[in-house]
Design a protein around this ligand. Structure first.
Ligand code: ADP
Ligand code: MG
Length: 417
């Protein structure tokens, strides 16, 4: 991908925007871009630099993303709507072409990394609730105030405020920024010099963390390794990646969303709106709570991934009403005129709350309350799904403790926002 029209190869210490931003290390990458931690020499702060592939279609997508990010920033001057903040943008000329670059506030690990870090066990429900609130604030803002559909909501595109591993957190580890390219060759991204530098950086960061936390074992010896627990991690997060977002009145793609988070109306091509994001949101809530994807369809003998996906939905949520099943441009590919799947004839029904109790060991109460919150979001009729605004009012997000105070709010009020 590091060729004409592709990613821009970055070396640590590389300057951008006439030397204003200096690349520090890679934060992540997606289909269209690599994202780097950079140091802003003008404000003396760290930023995230998203460098797009240069080919025409990627560059155009970036310009569209910048337009969406500008609308998001304009409508939220206090930066409180749980959506990533764009602070600057420019073009960078490299050997592979002109790369649109976005300068964003730095965020931490994604929810996907959080799920992995927690060893796919599922998070405590109170933590899931805190994440839900942030995502819903973002969706309510996008949908109701801006008229924007995200169309690619998934754990990778929701980032925590800080990283799980403090060794990777430049702010907490107190590292001094790198201001110029370190000595040693002209290796491009992935080359050996870079690996050495990255290793050195990691070691430096680990030492810095050890100094800060001062956690030593009782013998005064080695630093105690952080346990795989999430105690004390503040579960605030923000929605990122507006590369596929669209205004509801200017939709351009038929096939939207990442497979596992895709709503049935998108598969059937019966038209979509804001409620596709609510479907994805429900899939994410399930995944955070159980550690497993809600729907992981596969192609099988004699049936497609799409048909398997529809079957999995019906096994968990009940049969799709006939009218909806036969109402899409692609319905005939999957359903007969009675509204039964053509190739997958026998469904193994397992209602959501029963699955939660038997497979994930939820208590009966937790499972029932979870179902009451999540299953309306998975209504096969898109217009019946609750909006983000309605979800924010749901009792599941505001459980009452014995003293009558909302548990989550009591926790949230302690945080300085
Ligand atoms: P793409 O459009 O190529 O998918 P994303 O915007 O999703 O790009 O970014 C790719 C990855 O880069 C994300 O999954 C995340 O790991 C990382 N990333 C993106 N934005 C930030 C940010 N503001 N702070 C920290 N990491 C980020
Ligand atoms: Mg992405």
């Amino acid at each position: 991908s590091y060729r004409k029209g592709g990613y821009h190869a970055v070396r640590i210490g590389d300057p951008f925007a006439s030397g204003r931003y200096i690349a520090q290390r890679k934060l992540g990458w997606g289909q269209f871009s690599t994202v780097w931690l950079a140091y802003d020499t003008q404000t003396s702060k760290y930023v995230a630099l998203k460098i797009q592939k240069s080919a025409q279609q990627f560059a155009q997508a970036a310009l569209h993303e910048i337009e969406v990010l500008c609308a998001i920033a304009d409508g939220d001057p206090s930066n409180s709507k749980c959506t990533v903040r764009l602070v600057d943008h420019f073009k960078h000329a490299g050997p592979n072409g002109q790369h649109p670059c976005m300068v964003l506030e730095v965020l931490g690990d994604s929810l996907l990394q959080l799920i992995r870090f927690n060893r796919y066990k599922g998070l405590e429900l109170d933590k899931v609730r805190e994440i839900c609130k942030c995502v819903l604030i973002a969706l309510d803002y996008l949908h109701r105030e801006l008229g924007i559909i995200h169309t690619d909501l998934k754990p990778e595109n929701i980032l925590l405020f800080s990283t799980i591993d403090p060794a990777k957190d430049p702010i907490r580890s107190g590292l001094t920024p790198i201001l110029e390219r370190p000595e040693g060759g002209n290796n491009l991204n992935g080359g050996s010099t870079m690996n050495i530098i990255e290793k050195k950086l990691k070691r430096r960061a680990k030492r810095a963390v050890a100094n800060i936390s001062g956690r030593r074992d009782s013998m005064g010896g080695a630093v105690v390794k952080p346990a795989r627990c999430l105690d004390g991690i503040d579960m605030r997060c923000k929605v990122v990646d507006f590369g596929n977002a669209c205004w509801a009145d200017k939709r351009f793609a038929e096939e939207i969303q990442t497979r596992q988070y895709r709503a049935p109306e998108v598969i059937l091509q019966s038209g979509y709106s804001f409620s596709v994001d609510m479907w994805s949101f429900a899939c994410i809530v399930f995944e955070l709570s159980t550690g497993d994807m809600m729907f992981a369809p596969k192609t099988g003998e004699g049936f497609s991934e799409d048909e398997d996906h529809l079957a999995l939905m019906m096994e968990l949520l009940g049969k799709m009403p006939r009218k909806i099943a036969v109402g899409g441009a692609r319905s005939k590919d999957f359903f007969d005129r009675h509204g039964d799947l053509k190739r997958i004839r026998r469904l193994k029904i397992m209602p959501l709350d029963r699955l939660l109790v038997t497979k994930y060991k939820f208590s009966d109460t937790d499972a029932r309350e979870f179902r009451e919150f999540v299953s309306p979001l998975l209504d096969f009729s898109p217009e019946k799904r609750p909006t983000a605004q309605q979800c924010l009012q749901h009792p599941w997000l505001n459980p009452r403790s014995s003293d009558g105070k909302s548990k989550v709010d009591a926790g949230m009020s302690k945080l300085k926002i």
